[in-house]
Design a binder for this molecule. Structure first.
Ligand code: ATP
Length: 308
């Protein structure tokens, strides 16, 4: 079955807040697609429209060829949805939760074991434990099993790895690859830019607008400026000083270093180094580096803000 998602000029506001502004996206059948953006970008609002829980103000949305407003009852059977907050019944056991979700969709666990088997074996040892007493990673796995128990064609995951440790995060993405191999269309919303690289294609979203849609490599390849990593003994002061540097184009903290771009094409590292040394900085190191998705997001976000 064709399970593509088509979103055309979608807008949604809550009073004065424009949560989505003219969003258009095509997500292909069987794709592992990432919706990447910070808190408040509009990811949950978009998911709630896709899952037929919220009506848009304008625009057309279809899943597997069915329209979200007109065909909402049919669409609900085609979708698996894992909301951002832990959505399961904390005072039911693991098994009881799974049974409940199977019953809601008028099916039985044993008829769908093929779909969840690889994930279920990891939580089965805890099947009698209350869901509320599971670790974060185990809760995610149970929520994923519950979202899959009716064999959906499309799986929507809202920030599935938020608050989950690094090992569980990596296991979770492995599971998604396994599900993709079964042909399910998967859309993952995440604020973690590094997770973009685990998707086939991503949309970067901010303030309800799509900034760019491409493969992770395609996004990075379109980054145009020369990028530098700067390290000094006092990073916070360095950031303040660099903001005053006459030809600064952008500077932001990235882990243990600052990422810097200059307005000029003919930028001299030695000039900026001298500027920082004259400001009293010690151990100044500046090196040219390759951009990653976060740099692309920051550049696009800066452009977007200037346009507003
Ligand atoms: N029910 C609501 N009433 C008013 N404003 C809302 C409501 N829900 C969301 N918003 C606002 O709409 C914008 C988009 O929120 P949304 O929850 O869709 O973003 P998000 O990317 O999922 O971020 P988060 O992870 O913080 O939920 C934000 O400015 C948010 O404050």
């Amino acid at each position: 079955m064709d399970s593509h998602i088509s979103i055309e000029n979608l807008s949604k506001s809550y009073g004065e807040v424009l949560a989505l502004q003219g969003v258009s996206l095509e997500i292909k059948s069987g794709e592992l697609f990432g919706l990447i953006g910070p808190d408040g970008a509009g990811k949950t609002t978009l998911f709630r429209i896709l899952t037929t829980l919220l009506l848009p103000n304008t625009g057309n949305v279809s899943l597997c060829g069915y329209e979200v407003v007109k065909d909402y009852k049919y669409i609900r059977n085609l979708l698996g949805y894992m909301p951002g907050r832990f959505s399961l019944y904390q005072d039911l056991s693991v098994m009881e939760n799974l049974n409940f979700f199977a019953t809601v969709f008028n099916t039985r666990i044993e008829d769908n074991m093929d779909m969840i088997h690889d994930i279920w074996v990891q939580i089965e040892p805890f099947k009698d434990r209350l869901a509320g007493k599971l670790s974060g990673g185990m809760k995610q796995k149970l929520a994923l099993c519950c979202a899959l128990i009716h064999q959906p064609k499309i799986l929507l995951l809202d920030e599935p790895t938020t608050g989950v440790d690094a090992v569980s995060r990596s296991e979770f993405w492995q599971m998604l690859k396994g599900l993709k191999a079964k042909g399910i269309t998967i859309v993952v919303a995440t604020p973690y830019m590094d997770e973009a690289n685990l998707c086939e294609r991503v949309a970067l979203i901010q303030d309800g607008k799509i900034l760019q849609v491409d493969t992770p490599a395609g996004i990075v390849n379109q980054y145009e400026k020369d990028l530098y990593a700067i390290h000094t003994s006092d990073m916070y002061q360095a950031m303040l000083d660099i903001r005053e540097y006459p030809s600064v184009h952008s500077v932001f903290a990235f882990g243990q270093v600052l990422h810097y771009t200059d307005k000029r094409d003919a930028f001299e590292v030695a000039e900026l180094k001298e500027y920082l040394v004259n400001k009293g900085h010690e151990g100044v190191k500046i090196e040219k580096i390759q951009a990653v998705i976060e740099d692309c997001f920051m550049a696009l976000s800066q452009e977007n803000k200037l346009e507003q």
